[in-house]
Design a protein around this ligand. Structure first.
Ligand SMILES: Cc1cc2nc3c(=O)[nH]c(=O)nc-3n(C[C@H](O)[C@H](O)[C@H](O)COP(=O)(O)OP(=O)(O)OC[C@H]3O[C@@H](n4cnc5c(N)ncnc54)[C@H](O)[C@@H]3O)c2cc1C
Length: 456
């Protein structure tokens, strides 16, 4: 039997697919990168593009950070999380390690950059405007893909097929890979603003609760402002999208001041976005990125996990590609193990929270302590940056410290924690508010959409 034309056929030339193609080719593989869009400048529109710190090491390996920074992408630090106990503003310990940062970068900026690196990598043949229409299978094994371009169909054969074709993965469907779907009881809308709309223009904000919101300064001098309400808000949004979006954001404690800027995009979003978790491998085939696991957008993990899952797959399989199907499948089993170990716990918590529930007692303990204790705030930041698993996040010593912090706080009479320095709520002179609101004030002076009854 003649050797296949390629070692790897990667379906989808976005973040996960381009990453896989670059890393396989650098490891010496011949790669077909197959993307249905014709233009190398194509990008994903429906994405808020907060890229987690956990993805930065692999982004560095690909050479991306200098290119996106040159294009104006800000880092994701400082961050400020509003909780009903006050603001969490993680800062490095004095003389300690800097906190990890990620990037806020629009997909129209980063997608063409990553794709271009892939297209220019020796060993990658890019097939733009080419849609995968089926799998080629022999003896229960995937040995290639069928593709269509300009009305003509043909086969591309490879030792391994990688489905990096996103949430509605055709590769997963053709391979009949089982999919677990978890309902998401929130929906989300976002828009871009130009101007001084945030209390502090360099801070990435999250308003945390059963109803959520976030605001991220991004490239192009723009700020992406998103809301993620529970589905009970849907009728208001359906009746008057702009009105409901503006009203929701205007109720946030020390939230964005939309009147201080100009909206320069439509308000876009999605009203139903169940989480999807697929079996990630089959003989001769693997899924990466959203094709394997499409998480809840509110946590901003999808792009980071797209970079990371592609790199885990390449690490587990690239040296086995020429050792026969059995070895390739052993590599796939290794990828499955690594992916599961890295993501299962985090995804479990994300899926549980997607139901729209208020925080559970452990989460309340941790978030309240993070408002009051810089060490717990740093720990929370590292977890939220996706650098640690759930076991480390909720280790007994961490919970014990959080409990002690909150107990001391109660013994002191439960006074609101003092705002850090100027606080993320510290407003520019002349704007609406000039001090950080303690949570009790926040509830009385500006009714927050962040509902629930989390007391700690
Ligand atoms: C509202 C919203 C907000 C979000 N905000 C964030 C955020 O802040 N941070 C974050 O990290 N993530 C966010 N995400 C998630 C993020 O967009 C995805 O996780 C990410 O795009 C996954 O990348 P990917 O490469 O796996 O897939 P995609 O980016 O979806 O790329 C799939 C590629 O496959 C191609 N393709 C599909 N089918 C075929 C075919 N048959 N043949 C050939 N090519 C094909 C597509 O054209 C596309 O280029 C958000 C998502 C939503 C919906």
């Amino acid at each position: 039997m003649s050797a296949p034309a390629y070692d790897v056929a990667v379906v989808g030339g976005s973040i996960a697919g381009s990453t896989a193609a670059i890393l396989y080719a650098r490891a010496g593989a011949r790669v077909a990168l197959i993307e249905r869009h014709k233009s190398p400048e194509a990008y994903k529109v429906l994405c808020n593009h907060y890229i987690q710190p956990s993805a930065v090491p692999i982004m560095r390996e690909l050479g991306i950070p200098p290119l996106i920074e040159q294009a104006g992408a800000p880092r994701t630090l400082p961050v400020a999380w509003w909780t009903r106990w006050g603001w969490i503003e993680p800062e490095p310990a004095s003389g300690g390690e800097p906190l990890p940062y990620g990037y806020n970068v629009r997909r129209e900026t980063i997608d063409p950059i990553v794709r271009r690196i892939a297209m220019e990598t020796e060993g990658v043949d890019t097939h733009l405007g080419t849609k995968v229409t089926g799998l080629v299978r022999e003896g229960g094994r995937t040995v290639g893909v069928r593709v269509g371009k300009d009305g003509a169909e043909r086969e591309i054969r490879a030792r391994l097929v990688v489905g990096a074709d996103g949430r509605n993965s055709s590769v997963a469907e053709f391979a009949e890979l089982p999919t677990k779907s978890v309902p998401n009881n929130r929906f989300s809308y976002f828009a871009y603003y130009r101007g001084d709309v945030l209390p502090k223009s360099d801070v990435s904000y999250i308003w945390f609760g059963p109803d959520m919101a976030y605001a991220n300064p991004t490239d192009g001098g723009l700020t992406a402002i998103a809301c993620a309400p529970g589905k009970h808000h849907l009728p208001e949004f359906r009746a008057d999208l702009e009105g409901a979006y503006t009203k929701y954001l205007s109720r946030l404690p020390n939230g964005p001041d939309l009147s201080a800027g100009e909206r320069v995009s439509k308000i876009i979003g999605t009203t139903d976005y169940p989480l999807l978790d697929r079996e990630p491998t089959a003989p001769g085939l693997a899924l990466v990125g959203d094709a394997a696991l499409c998480s809840d957008p509110i946590w901003g993990v999808g792009c980071g996990w797209a970079f990371q899952s592609a790199s885990w797959l390449v690490a587990a399989t690239s040296e086995r590609l020429h050792l026969g199907p059995g070895e390739v499948d052993r590599g796939l089993a290794e990828y499955r193990r690594v992916r599961r170990a890295r993501l299962r716990g985090q995804q479990f918590l994300i899926a549980d929270y997607a139901g729209g529930r208020p925080m559970n007692p452990i989460e309340r303990q941790m978030f309240a302590a993070a408002v009051r204790d810089p060490q717990t705030a740093r720990h929370l930041h590292r977890y939220a940056s996706r650098f640690m698993g759930v076991r480390e996040f909720l280790a007994p010593r961490v919970l014990a410290r959080a409990g002690l912090v909150n107990l001391r706080h109660r013994l002191r009479g439960g006074a609101p924690s003092p705002p850090a320095a100027a606080g993320p709520g510290g407003r520019r002179p002349g704007s609406r508010s000039s001090s950080t609101l303690p949570p009790s004030d926040a509830r009385t002076t500006r009714r927050s959409p962040v509902a629930g009854s989390d007391q700690q």
